[in-house]
Ligand binder design. Sequence first.
Ligand code: ADP
Length: 459
Amino acid sequence: MTPFKKVLVANRGEIAIRIFRACTELGIRTVAVYSEEDQISLHRFKADESYLIGKGKGPIEAYLDIEGLLEVAHRHDVDAIHPGYGFLAENAEFAQRCQEEGIAFIGPSPEHIKRFGDKVDAREMAIHAGIPVIPGTPKPIERLQEASRFVEEHGYPIIIKASSGGGGRGMRIVRCDEELQDSLERASSEAKSSFGNTSVYIEKYLENPKHIEVQILADRYGKVVHLFERDCSIQRRHQKVIEVAPSVSLPAQLCQQINDAALQLMKKSEYVNAGTVEFLVTKDQQFYFIEVNPRVQVEHTITEMITGIDIVQSQIRIAEGYALEDPEISIPDQHEINPRGYAIQCRVTTEDPEQNFLPDTGKILAYRSGGGFGIRLDSGSASQGAVVSPHYDSLLVKASAWSMNYEQAAAKILRSLKEFRIRGVKTNIPFLENVIQHPDFLKGTYNTSFIESTPELFE
Ligand code: ADP
């Protein structure tokens, strides 16, 4: 065991603050890094020490400056780095460079990041572990001919996906031959500009599935547990908007099968640290693997609320070398993890629902949030006087509610959203309120097409 004394968070905003909180509770000193753009961002002031990175490099590039980050880490005696999500979190080279420099990386091994970062490789691992995958091409495709051959066998619709894709980007649905060639070319060039390589593959497109994902924790001694599932079907343009834990409308037996499949994949692949296995579930209750996210996720909060397990602290303890059953993590056995109640998270963003969700920027003139029993707020610089920059993502605050039953959790998150008063920038709060009050949301029967097929949400 090598307990960390000082952890650097190679990230910004709400997730940096979330990780600092976890460290401070564990008695670990915290180091923030910030770009020139982020001189007065709150995450900087929530750490024990903070240092400017990426001078002259630009607001995003600053947080991607691997050698610059390692230099700060060495100069200030940092013994571990947490990457958060986004930026370098799924960059195998960064994890590798940390290892080479003798700095612990709080996450999985570079090899796991690499294999799961490639969706084609990840599918292969799932097949190897005996997990159902959506019919798809076993390799990236380069020619129209290969795509046509897949269509001959499986028919339309199909979805073209970037092998290294993420964040709902680099995906194209194709429904007929006429669209095929153009879509392939566009998907490839989008993959190149977003992810640095042109590699794309094809999957059968499932109509109106649910997105169900399973939170996993694994120590370096081969023990793996799941922390149950989250339903992340409320999406816009393949990006999650509201998440619920555990699933509301799926049969318990199906959920158990999905949780077991996730467990099996992570065991078989000898995964270490926190990770999420994602699935799509069809109306006839078939489930299929889609990908693994080898990092902490935005929506880890709601799993923490239903299990009482601090996922970020667990990540740190696992990276220090503790076993899941050690008192420092305190997860003895799977059957002793009992989810309690329901939790719902809303991603409050500065996107304007009246302007097709165009991100709004500028100074927040007034800011009051909704609180009270059962409400959890995770935010970065959401406060009066703060400036929302156009350079970073538009997430303002994650508002989560927990209650003993789903209806009460929905009532609580709605009440909390209604308490927010934000002036100066537009937010998606009115839209979130419409979703929460919709009968389908209250029944839990929503699927990934819910938002686009429900025009009344936009009224
Ligand atoms: P990303 O890594 O960009 O988040 P994912 O592979 O996790 O991409 O997919 C994101 C979302 O896209 C899914 O939750 C689902 O809504 C949709 N999607 C992905 N693959 C399929 C598919 N084969 N059929 C139907 N929808 C899909």
